[in-house]
Design a protein around this ligand. Structure first.
Ligand code: OVM
Length: 405
């Protein structure tokens, strides 16, 4: 189940590594491992998984932009959908190639375009202010549930239009999806077994009758009414929004809170000038990318980084490493909110670049602005509890204390 189509070992001309990107000690701190991978060469063979890996910014940018050679329809996990059954029906956008991808992407991109998400700003700001009130009242809190998860569960849940009751299913569901972007390992199997109720809840709330009349979900059904989607595609794209939008934004907020707790000098800069929030968020995304890795699959024999790859070859793309590549970034391992972090690959690039990235940035900017205006200090009050996932990076628990400005 876990092995992709792999070349005969004798034919591998890339450096061979026994690196396991999914081991807990790697997930705790992958950056030194990424450095080793980048230094081994532009492309490396991961023998445990029968897949190649790229960890430098240059090759990653090139592969993500070349969706013809490096496709997504074979799945973006290690499993090759041409030879292995996916654990759920493939996404109509993430796990699709042109021309189908362009059609579904256009509809989703329309929903999430600046003109439409700017209408959410006032509501998002009000919710962030209410949440920061509560955070300051608590003083000591677990920032993961109380702040980082609470915010997107409220504002994104409302924006899509899912019922308030049962939203706790969104995080385990997304966790499943993001584990699926790695190998079918024990972590994946355990979480899949545990997520059955969440999978059922998601299936239910993707239906038209369970969505509010004005949210993104309802708008997808209206796109189907107008003939821009087939009727059965609307619930599938609601599923896409719910898969991609929760764990990612919650973990991004975790990574921001933790980065600022560990770098009080950087928080002081943002606190003194809340207008820096958007730029600071971009540096958080570069420094601690939420999304770390997924796969592309070759559609033909091709040369990459001087290595000949066969058709149907899985390539692991380490976005989290591209964002720390010293070939691209000065002082790549330094968290510096004054740098120009734009151009980082946290949201990917090319035709599959995150469709929700403007909404994700809006949420992050608004939360960081609300915190910057009211919170003087953020202190870590205990060891963060890492959340282990095959592709995203975040925490289950983040004990902090805050003081008012
Ligand atoms: C989807 C989907 C799910 C998770 C992530 C994502 C990173 C897309 O179901 O289409 O993009």
């Amino acid at each position: 189940m876990t092995t992709a189509i792999s070349p005969e070992p004798s034919r591998v001309t890339a450096p061979i590594s026994d690196f396991d990107p999914y081991a807990e000690d790697v997930l705790n701190n992958p950056y030194p491992h990424y450095e080793v991978l980048r230094e081994l060469g532009p492309i490396v063979y991961l023998q445990r998984y029968g897949a190649y890996a790229i960890a430098r910014h240059e090759e990653i940018d090139a592969v993500l932009r070349d969706h013809v050679t490096y496709c997504s329809s074979a799945g973006v996990g290690l499993a090759n959908f041409h030879t292995e059954d996916p654990w759920r029906k493939p996404s109509l956008i993430l796990e699709a190639d042109p021309p189908m991808h362009g059609r579904t992407r256009k509809v989703v991109a329309g929903l999430l375009a600046p003109a439409s998400i700017n209408k959410l700003r006032a509501t998002f700001e009000r919710e962030a202010e209410l949440l920061v009130d509560r955070v300051l009242d608590m003083g000591h809190l677990d920032a993961m549930p109380e702040l980082c998860a609470a915010y997107p569960l409220k504002v994104f849940g409302d924006a899509v239009g899912v019922p308030a009751v049962g939203r706790e299913h969104l995080l385990p569901y997304g966790d499943m999806v993001f584990n699926g972007f790695g190998p079918i390992n024990e972590r994946f199997k355990t979480r899949l077994a545990a997520a059955q109720e969440s999978i059922a809840w998601i299936g239910k709330v993707c239906k038209r009758e369970n969505l509010t009349p004005d949210g993104f979900g309802a708008q997808l059904y209206r796109a189907a009414d107008e003939g821009d989607l087939a009727p059965e595609e609307a619930p599938m794209l609601v599923r896409t929004l719910l898969s991609a939008g929760l764990d990612t934004t919650a973990f991004t907020l975790c990574n921001a809170v933790l980065a600022f707790a560990r770098h009080p000098d950087q928080w002081a800069l943002v606190q003194a000038n809340p207008a820096m929030a958007r730029q600071a968020l971009e540096e958080v995304l570069r420094f601690e990318s939420t999304f770390h890795s997924f796969y592309r699959t070759t559609t033909k024999d091709v040369e990459l980084g001087g290595v000949a790859l066969p058709k149907e070859q899985k390539i692991c793309v380490f976005i989290g490493s591209a964002n720390r590549d010293p070939r691209r970034w000065e002082r790549a391992d330094v968290f510096d909110v004054t740098r120009r972090a734009a151009g980082n690959l946290a949201f990917g690039t090319g035709i599959h670049g995150c469709a929700g990235q403007m909404l994700a940035r809006l949420e992050g900017e608004i939360v960081l602005t609300a915190l910057a205006k009211r919170v003087k200090t953020i202190r870590l009050e205990g060891a963060p509890v890492h959340h282990y996932n095959n592709s995203v990076r975040g925490y289950d628990s983040l004990p902090i204390s805050v003081t008012a400005a």
